[in-house]
Write a protein that binds this ligand. Structure first.
Ligand SMILES: Cc1cc2nc3c(=O)[nH]c(=O)nc-3n(C[C@H](O)[C@H](O)[C@H](O)COP(=O)(O)O)c2cc1C
Length: 310
């Protein structure tokens, strides 16, 4: 069997397949369908200091090649997470990454500080990039603010800090580099793309809000390119997330430069998607004679000379 263990900065994972924030609950929701403990890591739904009810329904709508969502960061808040969700997450026996979100730098600092004291948290993922709340994109679409909030969070905690970047910027590299300067351990690339779905007859959005975040197969080619760009232009390890539904998708991300991947929307169509991606990965590597998955990371070859990309 191919070796699947990877390192993402200081974080060692049994394999490169992680569950993406907001699509895997806090682990227990998916446990009837697969063993979450087999994954390299579980990333929980974003946690804020105070509980949030999220946006009114409808909050999701299917589009031809992807899902548009406007959940609005519904979550039980830090205290209930620590009491009710974290013990069950830890019990799975794999890496636990807590995704945190705030409205002010101080919110991230408080969350990072408290979670750093909690037992059983392996890393933080900063959601700087939620497109579905007012001011949600604030930190993630200004490199100076990104640097400020990442640095403050890094100082506030002993845990490795992963920065989840938004794709809704003209150039993602300044954000990846700002994260690197601020002491981040890795970047997750990326959150959802802002989009719309509407009904022309009623002249209304199909979501309760005018816009939502697009995920799923539609965004895979776009995010694959962002991962490749970050790998080329920034020294941090990259976690690829966008439209991964099969082991083939995941392996493409590794070749583009991801050290690990997250499976998101695919879990809604198949609650065992993460496990299926992981199993398929081992099988495909064996078939291809690749002995260690790390051989693939960032292994993209240049196109043969003289061949036009079109
Ligand atoms: C319903 C839904 C809820 C999400 N909630 C969060 C969240 O709370 N925090 C976060 O950082 N990302 C959240 N995301 C973004 C995903 O983690 C992921 O970055 C994105 O969906 C792209 O990956 P995918 O195409 O595999 O779904 C959410 C995505 C979906 C579809």
């Amino acid at each position: 069997m191919a070796l699947l263990a990877v390192r993402v900065g200081p974080l060692d994972l049994a394999n490169p397949v992680m569950a993406a924030s907001g699509t895997f609950g806090y682990g227990t929701e998916l446990a009837p369908f697969m063993d979450p403990g087999r994954l390299g890591a579980i990333v929980g739904k974003s946690i804020s200091l105070e509980p949030r009810e999220g946006n009114p329904p409808p909050r999701t709508v299917e589009t031809p090649a992807g899902l548009l969502n406007s959940i609005g960061l519904q979550n039980p808040g830090l205290e209930r997470f620590l009491e009710e969700k974290l013990p069950a997450l830890r019990a799975f026996g794999t890496r636990v990454v807590v995704n945190i979100v705030g409205e002010r730098v101080e919110d991230y600092v408080s969350l990072a500080g408290r979670l750093g004291e909690a037992e059983g948290v392996d890393a933080l993922e900063l959601n700087l990039s939620c497109p579905n709340v007012d001011r949600g994109l604030l930190f993630g679409s200004d490199p100076a603010l990104t640097e400020e909030v990442v640095r403050a969070s890094v100082v506030a905690t002993r845990l490795p800090v992963i920065v989840k970047l938004t794709p809704n910027v003209t150039d993602i590299l300044p954000y990846a580099r700002a994260s690197e300067r601020a002491g981040a351990a890795a970047v997750s690339v990326a959150n959802t793309y802002v989009g719309m779905a509407l009904d022309w007859r009623s002249r209304r959005s199909r979501l309760a809000r005018p816009t939502g975040g697009l995920s799923g197969p539609a965004i895979k080619p776009l995010v694959l390119r962002l991962v490749w760009q970050c790998r080329q232009g920034c020294g941090l390890p990259v976690i690829g997330v966008g439209g991964i539904a099969t082991a083939e998708d995941a392996l493409e991300y590794l070749v583009a430069g991801a050290s690990a991947v997250q499976v998101g929307t695919a879990t809604f169509a198949d609650p065992a998607a993460c496990a299926r991606v992981l199993e398929g990965m081992g099988r495909l590597l064996d078939e291809a004679g690749v002995r260690d998955v790390n051989e693939l990371v960032g292994s993209l070859r240049a196109a043969p000379a003289g061949r036009s990309p079109n």
